[in-house]
Design a protein around this ligand. Structure first.
Ligand code: ASP
Ligand code: MG
Length: 423
C-alpha cells in the first residue's frame, strides 16, 4: 500500500511545522510519498527575486539574503542537535541559485520563472528529508524534475503521462514501509529544464503521483479542519464538510475555492483514488473525504469568492454578432495569452468575461483584442459563487453592492460586483 501525503507552504513555514510533519509521517502505515511545497511565502519571495533579476534591479541581492537567512534559520533550528553538518547541503542549494542569478538573462520570463522559482521546493524538501533521516524516519529524497516529465510549456507544463509513468515506477520502488520525500509544483522536460505546473500546483503534483503510482489515497494537510463551506478569512461562520463528491470538488475548485487546486481532481477521479483534506494542527480529527459517488450528498450553501477580477466587455467594431466564429476568435486570443475566463456572458454584440487581474499576460491579450473589438474593462471586481444557495442569504450578502453580472441555475448563483472596500 502506498499513500501520498501533501504538505503545503503554510504547514512547513517554520521549524515547528517540519517537526509536526515528522509527527504526522511517523504515525502513518505503509509506504509513503511526502510531497511538499516551498516554505511559507517563499514562492512569492522568489517571484520578486525573479523580477529583480530580469529588471537588473540590485535589490535582488538583499532579497536573496533574506530568503537565505529564512531557510538557514529553520535548518539551524532543526539540524542543530541532530545533524549540524548538513547545513552545508542547504547552503549548496543557495550557491546553485546564486550561480543562476549571476548569469545575464537571455530567455523569456516564463523560461526564467521555471529555472528560478522551483528552488523553493528544492529547499523545503531537502530540509524535510534531511531532518526526517536525522530523527529516525529513513527516507529517500527524489528529484521530481527527473521523474515528472512535461513539455516545454514553461509556467504551465503539460504532463506526459506515459513517460512519467515509466519514470515513476522506476524511481518510487517500494517495499513495506518505504518513505520518499519529493517536490510538488515542479517537473522537468526531456532535455533537463525545470518546469512548473501553475501556481499552487503542489496538490496537482500529489494527485498526478497518486495516479501514476496507483496510490491508495492522497491526504492534503492544511491549516484548516478540512474543506469548509466558505473561506474563514472572509466569512465569519463556516461549516466543515465531512464528505464531498469529486464532482462537487471540481466545481468548487474551478470557481476559485483555494482549498484544492482545480487540476487535482481529474487524476484522482480517473483512478478512483480518494482524497482526504485534514488539519495538520489536529491530525487525528476526521477532516473531509473527497471521493467518487453518484449519491446525492446534502450540502449546505457553499461560498467561493474569487477576488481581484477584471471584468472585460468586448463589442465587435464592425457590429458582427457574437456567435461561433467571433467566439472562437476571442477564445483563441485568450488561449494564446494564457488568460482564463472565470465566467462568460454574451448578447447579440457584446461579450463579457471576468478574468484574474494579472500583469504579465492580460495586457497583451487586451492589446490583441483591441484590434477587432471595442474593449472596456472594470477593475477591482469580485466574483462570488454560491453553490446550493439560499435566496435570502444571497440577498443579504448583496445588499448595497453594485452587481455587474449575474448568472443563476437551480444549484448555483454567480455574481460579479465591485469591491467597494478597495476603491
Ligand atoms: N509553492 C507553489 C506556490 O506557492 C506551489 C504550491 O504551493 O502548491 O504556488
Ligand atoms: Mg504555496
Amino acid at each position: 500500500m502506498l499513500s501520498i501525503l501533501k504538505f503545503g507552504g503554510a504547514s512547513v513555514k517554520n521549524a515547528e511545522g517540519v517537526e509536526n510533519l515528522w509527527r504526522i509521517v511517523k504515525t502513518q502505515r505503509g509506504s509513503l510519498v511526502v510531497v511538499a511545497s516551498a516554505m511559507g511565502k517563499t514562492t512569492n519571495a522568489l517571484e520578486v527575486i525573479l523580477s529583480n533579476f530580469l529588471d537588473g534591479d540590485s535589490s535582488m541581492w538583499s532579497n536573496f539574503e533574506k530568503l537565505k537567512s529564512y531557510h538557514l534559520e529553520i535548518a539551524h533550528q532543526l539540524f542543530k542537535t541532530v545533524c549540524p553538518q548538513k547545513i552545508a547541503d542547504i547552503e549548496a542549494v543557495f550557491n546553485d541559485l546564486l550561480n543562476t542569478l549571476r548569469a545575464k538573462p537571455s530567455g523569456s520570463y516564463n523560461f526564467y520563472y521555471d529555472q528560478i522559482i522551483p528552488f523553493g521546493e528544492i529547499l523545503s524538501t531537502k530540509i524535510i528529508a534531511i531532518y526526517l533521516n536525522a530523527v529516525g524516519v529513513t527516507n529517500q529524497w527524489v528529484d521530481i524534475r527527473k521523474v515528472l516529465r512535461t513539455d516545454c510549456n514553461f509556467r504551465e507544463g503539460n504532463v506526459d503521462y506515459s513517460a512519467s509513468e515509466i519514470l515513476c515506477r522506476e524511481t518510487f520502488q517500494h517495499t513495506d514501509n518505504t518513505i520518499f520525500v519529493t517536490q510538488g509544483f515542479i517537473g522537468g522536460t526531456a532535455d533537463g529544464f525545470t518546469t512548473t505546473l501553475g501556481r499552487e500546483g503542489s496538490d496537482y503534483s500529489a494527485a498526478l503521483l497518486a495516479n501514476l503510482l496507483n496510490a491508495s489515497s492522497v491526504t492534503i494537510w492544511k491549516d484548516v479542519d478540512g474543506v469548509l463551506n466558505a473561506d474563514p478569512r472572509i466569512f465569519p461562520s463556516t461549516i466543515k464538510l465531512d464528505e464531498i463528491s469529486f464532482k462537487e470538488a471540481i466545481e468548487l475548485a474551478y470557481c476559485g475555492a483555494q482549498i484544492i487546486h482545480p487540476k487535482t481532481i481529474k487524476p484522482l477521479q480517473n483512478k478512483d483514488i480518494p482524497l482526504f483534506v485534514k488539519s495538520f494542527a489536529n491530525p487525528t480529527a476526521q477532516g473531509t473525504r473527497v471521493f467518487q459517488t453518484e449519491e446525492s450528498i446534502p450540502y449546505p450553501p457553499i461560498f467561493v469568492l474569487k477576488p481581484n477580477q477584471v471584468l472585460i466587455s468586448l463589442t465587435p467594431r464592425d457590429y458582427s454578432f457574437v456567435i461561433e466564429d467571433c467566439l472562437s476568435k476571442i477564445f483563441a486570443i485568450l488561449y494564446k495569452h494564457r488568460v482564463k475566463a472565470n465566467i462568460v456572458q454574451s448578447s447579440a454584440i457584446s461579450f463579457t468575461i471576468s478574468v484574474d487581474s494579472e500583469v504579465h499576460f492580460l495586457p497583451n491579450a487586451i492589446d490583441e483584442l483591441n484590434h477587432s473589438f471595442d474593449v472596456k474593462y472594470n477593475k477591482n471586481m469580485e466574483l462570488l459563487t454560491i453553490r446550493h444557495y439560499d435566496e435570502g442569504e444571497f440577498a443579504r450578502l448583496m445588499k448595497g453592492k453594485t452587481i455587474f453580472l449575474q448568472q443563476k441555475t437551480r444549484s448555483t448563483i454567480r455574481v460579479v460586483y465591485e469591491n467597494e472596500t478597495q476603491s
